[in-house]
Ligand binder design. Structure first.
Ligand code: NAD
Length: 483
């Protein structure tokens, strides 16, 4: 498969190159081989992208919701038709196994385009009667939106941001992570093939400085970032200087609480999904696994057995179920945390090692007897490292589960229904799971509280973050004034 894109950027409906920008090598994480090269956007490219998005916005917003939505839904169908090729590209970009990418990436992007495509025609204002007078509201687009992505879900993030933005009549400039620049270009290409007018969805490549140039641009009205908390702080502050709207989808260190009445195999499945899917590179992962003492040994025994089924190997082989870290840098960070966990006295139950000489592979790793004060229980690792902590009572575990600056997600396993809902209500987190973990259907709001973010993606909640309400007062009689 051709991994080198036609050009680095996609602006005004076509591929655009400017080799004056810093070269960015695209590395296949499974082997470390360079598979493509793009160039970071120069200031001229940034200007061109913003000008194109700005010029296209009014005509796009003037189309009816039905017309806009039809294009998004057509793009969704095309993405589904091309799922195999897009999944292979996602695997080249991220190293995630095809077994995952073929069911979780382009398909999830298509869901967002279909969902918001369907919703576009339903977006309306309100009518508010005030005696004879009345007010009506218009739901209007924000204007030019910038989307900035992380590297773990490049196709999904490009669609999760683009679909609601475009449904509301905005235009978008999307900057993928410099680590995974390939997939968003395909999303832009497909949207245009589906009939999207030129300039409505643009992609520019680059590192943080290009993101910062877009966020600081006077003609940009909204910024949606998926990234780490430190980047979120910088982007939020820069957006505030221009009084821009923001959505912040940031990091986490989420708790997964397993009570001793839980079904052990289901709880183990939840812990596996919440720690080892995408080799642990998922923002909402439940990496602090609190296990009630009565079930602890049974949980660890079953978990260790089940992890023997994780299959590393060629990510393109459909039987491979566990892939590499996205980069050398991320592997080094993860190995550093594993060493830290051992230094701090956590018990290494399984894993802990780098695998092979080529690529960025780390074994699925489980630490038990982890305590709240350990660094591996406090900081986001973003790799396949599970910390198992013991607890006695519900009251105790709720205090400990919430004792973190993060608040992205949280999960609970129990057969006691009243307790499940009480615990979900008590979690300080934006996205919670009962007897499940890490489901992210487009119909449900997704996002964090505390340091983990601002705003929500997916569902009708996303519409609030890509549109604004104008109210229009209509007087039916004379206008009275005091003099
Ligand atoms: P990162 O914060 O390093 O980078 C994210 C993006 O921001 C990249 O595209 C980067 O180029 C850009 N960027 C960096 N500095 C910038 C600046 N000053 N101005 C504008 N843009 C800038 O994150 P990452 O390492 O790519 O991804 C991992 C992080 O993302 C983790 O913390 C993870 O939890 C988080 N994440 C969150 C979600 C979510 O939905 N909440 C989803 C996936 C990943």
């Amino acid at each position: 498969m051709q991994t080198q894109p036609q050009a680095s950027h996609f602006i005004d409906g076509e591929y655009v190159e400017d080799t004056g920008g810093t070269p960015i090598d695209v590395i296949y994480p499974a082997t470390g081989a360079v598979i493509a090269r793009v160039h970071s956007a120069t200031p001229a490219i940034v200007e061109r992208a913003v000008a194109s998005a700005q010029a296209a916005q009014a005509a796009w917003a003037a189309m009816s919701g039905t017309e806009r939505g039809r294009i998004l839904r057509r793009a969704a169908d095309m993405i589904r038709d091309r799922n195999h090729d897009l999944s292979v590209l996602e695997t080249w970009d991220t190293g995630k196994p095809y077994q995952e990418t073929s069911v979780a990436d382009a398909t999830s992007g298509a869901d967002a385009l279909e969902y918001f495509g369907g919703m576009a025609a339903t977006l309306t204002g309100q009518h508010i009667q005030l005696g004879e007078d009345w007010v009506y509201t218009r739901r209007e687009p924000l204007g030019v939106c910038v989307g900035i992505g992380a590297w773990n879900y490049p196709t999904q993030i490009a669609c999760w941001k683009g679909a609601p933005a475009l449904a509301c009549g905005n235009t978008m400039i999307f900057k993928p992570s410099e680590t995974t620049p390939l997939c968003a270009l395909k999303v832009a290409e497909i949207l245009v093939e589906a009939g999207l007018p030129k300039g409505v969805y643009n992609v520019v490549q680059g590192l943080g400085d290009v993101g910062a140039a877009l966020v600081g641009h006077a003609d940009v009205d909204k910024v949606s970032l998926t990234g780490s908390v430190p980047t979120g702080r910088k982007v939020y502050a820069a957006a505030a200087a221009g009084m821009k709207h923001v959505t912040m989808e940031l990091g986490g260190k989420s708790p997964l609480v397993i009570f001793d009445d839980a079904d052990v195999d289901n709880a183990v499945s939840g812990a596996i999904l919440g720690n080892f899917y995408s080799s642990g590179q998922v923002c909402s992962n439940g990496t602090r696994v609190f296990v009630q003492k009565g079930i602890k040994e049974a949980f660890l025994t079953r978990l260790t057995e089940r992890l023997k089924g994780a299959r590393m190997g060629d990510p393109m082989d459909p039987d491979t179920s566990f892939g590499p870290m996205v980069s050398q840098r991320q592997m080094d960070i993860v190995l550093g945390y594993i060493a830290k966990g051992q230094d701090e006295g956590a018990r290494l139950v399984t894993g802990g090692n780098q695998v092979g000489q080529e690529g960025f592979w780390v074994e699925p790793t489980v630490f038990a007897d982890v305590t709240d004060d350990m660094v591996i229980a406090q900081e986001e690792i973003f790799g396949p490292v599970m910390a198992v902590l013991d607890f006695d009572t519900e009251e105790e575990v709720m205090t400990r589960a919430n004792a973190t600056e993060f608040g992205l997600a949280a999960g609970v396993y129990t057969r006691d229904l009243a307790r499940a809902h009480r615990v979900a209500a008590g979690f300080e987190a934006g996205t919670c799971f009962i007897n499940s973990y890490n489901d992210a259907p487009v119909e449900a709001p997704f996002g964090g509280v505390k340091q983990s973010g601002v705003g929500r993606e997916n569902s009708s909640a996303a519409i609030e973050h890509y549109s604004q309400v104008k109210s229009v007062y209509v007087r039916m009689g004379d206008t009275e004034a005091p003099f």
